[in-house]
Design a protein around this ligand. Structure first.
Ligand SMILES: Cc1cc2nc3c(=O)[nH]c(=O)nc-3n(C[C@H](O)[C@H](O)[C@H](O)COP(=O)(O)OP(=O)(O)OC[C@H]3O[C@@H](n4cnc5c(N)ncnc54)[C@H](O)[C@@H]3O)c2cc1C
Ligand code: FES
Ligand code: FES
Length: 1318
């Protein structure tokens, strides 16, 4: 079986070009092959585990049996190269390019402003491209399904959906869905004024989709499939061999001789286990050419389906089948189809096989519970023969284990037809509605005696309450032979509670919730069957309300913005919705990110070794085994650092690499450099570190408070006399709320490439950093050389969100040490898991408050305490605390206000800046306090907010004067636009009519201080050159990370120089072009650097004045050319000093901000009280963003920030799930406040990257409102605690429904929780 033998040649096509490989390592996935071998870097690495869709490609195959070509999307990160024999792969580069012709899919996502940082864009493009290849006129549902597995962290998905919606048939309709005003009813939608409202894009300009233009399937592959004789394919790699047998007989022989070898079809379980858990397989068997595994045959009693079928194919085959059968026969088939449509994402389902799924034996499988409840059978074979075994509780014997003998394989699955009087249902609850493993699943079946409600047979299986799926046999025992009614159900609950008993510290946590869900699912099953029986006239009694699924149809949304003033020159782009300047390159995969830079001669890869202990002495570091491994070149430790071994921030030192002691799990200890990514990773895994644990690590904020473990200084601001004010109020209330942390989840993980230039200790550092000069200084200090030898360069980031301000400096410094020591270029691209472990995120926060108020709702005094979990080093935690106490007034004039903020020092990875910088946490605490006041008084929350708002000319608690006028305008307009009062009443009506569904609505305001409070960070810098041909090169200090800074800067230069934007180019940001840069953060980058560019352009425009006068008939190009001959330098530096903000913490006063951005947002949600699931049905957001420089970029920032905020307040930090397409508010309206001037910023604009993130909390408070409605059904009124994020478990338990109340609560302290609440 050695490589190179006949039969061992892999032949496939990529983008129409034939690829022939003789030496393929079975561990090579298509993604690394594309990126590293073929330099096709358009396909991105985002997670490596099938979870983000950034690596989506299209796989096409020819099927000789049906003589048809079949296209499907797949995740290249999980697609073994060896699997691709005979396939044609299409990547984003294969469908269009800016050099030739862009594809309509690429054009539409770009022009509809669906690409910000662009890292997710090629994946989005390929998912929709594949959909259109199969269905040129898809429905909106097809589009959302196709994108369910594609994550985007920048946009709010709305522009992506809007762009792709133009492919749908129905997009020709106004999309008010046939209601009274719908264009289909002959009504012209909208008013006359609507007709002239500016639009973000014009779909009439789009290229038509022409399927005849697509790449054809290679005829050679058709010939190959038709004529190639069946033969074994085999490949041998460094540690793994791959065999693809050509017959069942050969497969069984191989399995008999190699019982431990896995059968790999989809590789969606084996692949992640190899990659992330280090599982090694000397041999992998790939049975994709064993035809018996792919057969489908119908019998009178059911259907046999081959175990090799992909989940997508199976779904489509079963769907076709059940449509032909009488309904009563289709119960199992239908429910299976429903579940097959929800497993993972479309990319996963397209490759994952049925056999692979069953054999993976996940305890929370979406399918196995249904297969078991539905009485399905397996046909298993080995060389010893064939047998049939039922899928039931005896089949799954442990976590990932089944009763199959090692040499046996599953050949096929038998799905029986249901009988008259038989009902089957499945239920699931997952942390995210789509593309997420479920927390709990259930498959249930009941069979009634003919024409009656007497139960003849019943079967109930749960997944997610133990190491295997479990049968609730005893519960079924109390149901069988009884009437299907409430009495039986109540008995069943009691037994189920005993049977599905989970100890309070059970793995997976959320014990109360999971136990409550077991009851809820049974209740739902009961109700659905009752309705069926009623429908069939078997019973006469009227069951409770029928449970409907949460709404999911996306509605048309509005994005309203201000038109440019009449008379503005057509050439002047400022104020117009100009497309992101790199959007087309991003959509075609041409945009270059750090890891896309070509590999250079001798380049090495670096992998980090991190601590597995939270607080320990390092007693030994043994790198000998790692050094023996193939490809490993060196191991870098702290001893190798030639210069400073620590980074100093706020007076605290942070070790680059731990030497003697570790302070948290994930702290970096050493780094392995090797000739390839996989060798470096293997080397890192082989480093042995011994530890001696140190006593009393601190993890939680409570522990830190108890032990006074803080980073100094702690901050306090007080106005009025808080303590004595409490004596004069009608009521006093004390409350608290916790917020979990938040993972940045920028789609591009931290990336750097350090290249020694070769002489005089010069280094080029390519780094995905928001603060290049900080990284430059860190690298220089670490290497002990001056900064002038280090050139830090960044073209663009695949998202930053604050996570790439300080952390890249440390990572780049370690990478630089490796490059220094080996004198070779070194690349370090963090794996997603390492990135999440090492780099920290948003600070978990604890907010406590004591509030004194009058009976009319006026708040007289508040005493806040803010604690954040900083982790083991200070990073920017003290500054985060400062921003919290500066924003604790939000928009409220509270005469006596005190806030104390402390950054807790704990043994967790160090947290860092994150979009909003503490304000989102602070705002939630403040608004929760107001919600509590309203609940105590029984007043509507919005009224309590209104009573307490700043009015007219106002002064903050740190004595900064401002006008509250625009704040009120935003609030009033938001209330008007969202029809608040009417919808509030509609929500109340809805809640009266529904017991298990509740709606909630909330309107939340924000006031956000703009600029850095540290005045020195507000500088902007730029260097502008005009070349002889009239082309302009702009360099500035800001980093492009999707926020459109380069686009806005281009608009500024175009206006100031009075040349078309096409003349202006922005290549990259580098410390050798612009020195001593400030961080691109605090929503201030475009403003500060825009001003610097404006200043530079003004200088240049003035310099050209004599030429314009001298040659009045000349052109821009001729003046630029003439300047050279007349010795006029056309290079200029622009320097913008920025506002001199300051804060005196002793006096508790200052001017930490230049101005405020205001906004208000109303969200409405619907809840399923039985499962805690929710859906945001509508959001209306009004933003005061001044005179927008670019409405499309700004609306994109607002929507993206809102979604990120919604994720902060509604998604959990554990198994972090960022919002996906399924989470977009069904109607998502954004309105720019009109006629708002801002004398403090360029062109009267306002900073806006961060403020609107906090408005995601409107969803949290809408949920809280709905929960309050659910609680009132159980007689619970008044304030209650709902911590953030409002995950389904918290929502469900807070609703306190009768079923939840049945579950006993374990007393805190009486058990060891599975996870700590940090
Ligand atoms: C990102 C992601 C999201 C997911 N989401 C969900 C979800 O929401 N719900 C859910 O239930 N599951 C989910 N899954 C799990 C997924 O359904 C399974 O990983 C998949 O079905 C396994 O099939 P496969 O062909 O890829 O298996 P492989 O990884 O190829 O193989 C898995 C195992 O099955 C064995 N095997 C395969 N075929 C046979 C056979 N015919 N006979 C004997 N043994 C065989 C192999 O030896 C191997 O041990 C998700 C997975 C991923 C990666
Ligand atoms: S799904 Fe492949 S990189 Fe994320
Ligand atoms: S544009 Fe989608 S991740 Fe940045």
């Amino acid at each position: 079986m050695s490589a190179g033998m006949p039969g061992n040649t892999l032949c496939f096509f990529i983008n129409g070009k034939k690829v022939t490989e003789h030496h393929v390592d079975p561990e090579t996935m298509l993604l690394s092959y594309l990126r590293e071998r073929l330099a096709l870097t358009g396909t991105k690495y985002g997670c490596g585990g099938g979870g983000c869709g950034a690596c989506t490609v299209m796989v096409s195959r020819y099927r000789p049996e049906t003589k048809s070509i079949f296209h499907h999307s797949a995740n290249a990160c999980l697609l073994p190269l060896c699997q691709l024999h005979g396939a044609a792969i299409t990547t984003v580069e294969g469908i269009g390019s800016t050099k030739t012709r862009i594809h309509p899919v690429q054009e539409r996502i770009a022009k509809a402003h669906g690409s910000q940082c662009g890292f997710c864009t090629p994946g989005m493009v390929m998912s929709i491209y594949t959909l259109l290849r199969n269905k040129p006129q898809p429905s909106m549902d097809d589009i959302t399904q196709a994108l369910a597995g594609n994550l985007c962290r920048c946009t709010g998905y709305r522009p992506i959906l809007d762009g792709f919606k133009t492919f749908c048939e129905e997009s020709r309709c106004c999309q008010t869905n046939g209601d009274a005003n719908c264009c289909l009813n002959g009504v012209k939608n909208g008013t006359e004024t609507d007709a002239v409202k500016p639009q973000l894009f014009n779909k009439d300009e789009f290229l038509p989709l022409d399927p005849t233009q697509e790449l054809i399937f290679p005829p050679e592959l058709i010939l190959m499939a038709e004529s190639e004789p069946a033969r074994t394919l085999s490949f041998v790699g460094e540690g793994t061999s791959w065999v693809c047998p050509s017959s069942l007989e050969e497969l069984l022989g191989l399995k008999a001789r190699n019982p431990d070898a896995p059968l790999v079809i989809g590789n969606t379980n084996v692949g992640p286990n190899m990659k992330f858990k280090g599982v090694r397989h000397p041999l992998i068997i790939s049975p994709t050419r064993v035809t018996e595994l792919f057969q489908f045959s119908q019998t009178p009693n059911g259907v046999w389906v081959g175990a090799g079928c992909s989940l997508s194919e199976l779904r489509s085959d079963l769907e076709k089948l059940y449509l032909q059968l009488p309904e009563e026969k289709t119960e199992v088939l239908r429910v299976l189809c429903q579940q097959l449509g929800i497993v993972g994402s479309q990319q996963i389902r397209n490759v994952a096989s049925l056999g692979g799924h069953i054999m993976s034996a996940f305890p929370n499988s979406d399918l196995n519970t249904v297969l078991a409840a539905g009485n399905c059978l397996l046909s298993v074979v080995s060389e010893g023969g064939r047998r049939e075994i039922p899928i039931n509780q005896d089949f799954f014997v442990g976590l990932g284990k089944t009763a199959l003998k090692p040499e046996e394989i599953i050949l096929s699955l038998f799905i029986p037809f249901s009988r008259k009087g038989e009902f089957v249902r499945a239920f699931r609850q997952a942390p995210r509605k789509e593309s997420a493993f479920p927390t709990l699943t259930a498959g249930m079946r009941v069979f009634f005696c003919e024409g009656s409600r007497l139960v003849q047979d019943v079967s109930v299986y749960y997944g997610g309450i133990g190491p295997t799926i479990v049968s609730a046999g005893r519960t079924c025992g109390v149901i069988v032979n009884r009437r299907w009614d409430e009495e039986t159900l109540n008995r069943a609950y009691d037994v189920l509670l005993e049977e599905a008993d989970l100890p309070p510290s059970a793995p997976g946590g959320k014990v109360e919730f999971r136990r409550s869900l077991t009851l809820s699912f049974l209740f739902k099953f009961h109700l659905e069957v009752m309705h069926k029986l009623r429908e069939m006239n078997v019973i006469q009694d009227e069951p409770q309300e029928e449970l409907q699924p949460l709404p999911k149809n996306i509605q048309p949304s509005l994005q309203e913005f201000e038109a440019v003033p009449k008379g503005q020159s057509q050439q002047d782009p400022v104020g117009r919705p100009i497309m992101h300047r790199s959007a087309l390159s991003q959509a075609t995969g041409e945009a270059v990110y750090c890891d896309d830079l070509p590999h250079t001669q001798g380049e090495l890869f670096m992998s980090l070794v991190t601590s597995s202990r939270a607080y320990a002495k390092i007693t030994g570091l043994d790198v000998s085994a790692a050094m023996q491994l193939p490809g490993v070149v060196d191991v870098i430790t702290a001893k190798d650092i030639p210069g400073k071994k620590v980074r100093t921030l706020m007076g605290y030192d942070e070790e680059l690499l731990a030497e003697d002691k570790v302070l948290c799990i994930g702290q970096m200890i050493c780094a392995v450099v090797a000739d390839s990514r996989s060798h470096a990773k293997r080397g890192a895994a082989a480093v042995k570190i011994s530890y001696e644990d140190l006593p009393d690590p601190i993890f939680t904020m409570e522990e830190a408070i108890e032990k006074s473990s803080y980073f100094e200084p702690r901050r306090v601001i007080e106005q009025g006399d808080v303590s004595s004010a409490f004596a004069s109020v009608d009521r006093v209330y004390e409350g608290e709320i916790r917020l979990g942390g938040q993972e940045h989840f920028y789609m591009e993980t931290q990336s750097m490439l350090v290249v020694p230039v070769g002489e005089e200790k010069e280094f080029n550092v390519y780094v995905s950093s928001q603060w290049l000069s900080y990284t430059q200084a860190a690298v220089a200090e670490t290497l002990g050389i001056p900064s002038n030898r280090i050139n830090c360069i960044v073209k663009r980031l695949g998202g930053g969100f604050g996570g790439k301000v300080t952390k890249p400096a440390i990572l780049a410094s370690i990478t630089a040490v490796a490059a220094w020591k080996t004198n070779r270029p070194v690349r370090c691209i963090l794996e997603r898991g390492d990135d999440m472990l090492i780099t920290g995120g948003r600070h978990p926060t604890l907010g406590k408050y004591k509030v004194g108020f009058m009976n009319d709702g006026r708040i007289v005094a508040v005493d806040f305490q803010f604690f954040i979990n900083a982790g083991c080093t200070v990073d920017e935690s003290v500054v985060v605390i400062e921003k919290m106490v500066l924003h604790m007034d939000n928009i409220y004039n509270i005469p006596n206000l005190r806030g104390r903020g402390s950054a807790c020092k704990t043994n967790l990875p160090s947290n860092t800046s994150f979009r909003g910088f503490g304000v989102p946490q602070c705002l939630l605490i403040v608004e929760n306090m107001l919600t509590d006041v309203a609940a105590v008084l029984g007043h509507p929350a919005h009224q309590v907010r209104e009573i307490n708002m700043y009015k007219g000319p106002s002064v903050t608690h740190y004595k900064l004067t401002f006008s509250a006028e625009n704040l009120h305008r935003c609030w009033d307009e938001c209330k008007l636009r969202c029809e608040y009062e009417t919808r509030r009443r509609a929500v109340e009506e809805f809640n009266q009519q529904h017991r298990w569904r509740k709606r909630g609505i909330a309107i939340i305001p924000v006031k956000y201080g703009m600029a850095f409070a540290e005045g020195f960070c507000n500088e902007g810098k730029a260097l502008v050159h005009i070349y002889k041909d009239g082309s302009v090169l702009v360099s500035h200090a800001g980093t492009e990370m999707g926020q459109g800074i380069h686009t806005k800067i281009q608009q500024v230069a175009s206006r100031e120089l009075q040349v078309p934007s096409s003349k202006i180019y922005i290549s990259e940001t580098s410390t050798s072009s612009v020195a001593n840069t400030c961080p691109t953060a605090a929503s201030f980058g475009s403003e500060a650097n825009g001003m610097a560019v404006k200043i530079a352009c003004e200088i240049l425009y003035k310099k050209m004045e004599p030429l314009r006068k001298k040659y009045p008939k000349g052109s821009w190009e001729s003046w630029a050319n003439a300047a050279f001959y007349e010795k006029i330098s056309l290079s200029a530096m622009g320097h913008y000093r920025g506002p001199d903000t300051h804060m005196d913490w002793e006096k508790m006063e200052g001017m930490p901000y230049s101005y405020f951005t205001f906004g208000a947002c109303c969200s409405e949600v619907e809840l399923d009280c039985l499962t805690g699931d929710s859906r945001t049905v509508r959001t209306d957001l009004v933003g005061d963003i001044g005179r927008s420089m670019n409405p499309s970029v700004d609306i994109g920032q607002i929507e993206g920030a809102f979604m990120q905020g919604m994720g902060l307040y509604t998604r959990g930090p554990s198994q972090y799930k960022i919002p996906a397409v399924c989470d977009v508010p069904l109607q998502f309206n954004i309105y720019q406040l009109q006629d708002s001037d801002n004398p403090h910023a360029i062109y009267s604009s306002k900073g806006l990257g961060e403020p609107f993130l906090s408005l995601g909390s409107s969803v949290f408070f809408a949920i809280k409102d709905a929960v309050a409605a659910a609680r009132s059904e159980s007689g619970l009124v008044g304030p209650f605690v709902l911590n953030s994020p409002a995950t389904p478990d918290k929502i469900c338990l807070a609703c306190s429904c009768p079923l939840t109340q049945k579950v006993p609560t374990a007393q805190p302290g009486s058990f060891k929780p599975w996870a700590l609440n940090i």
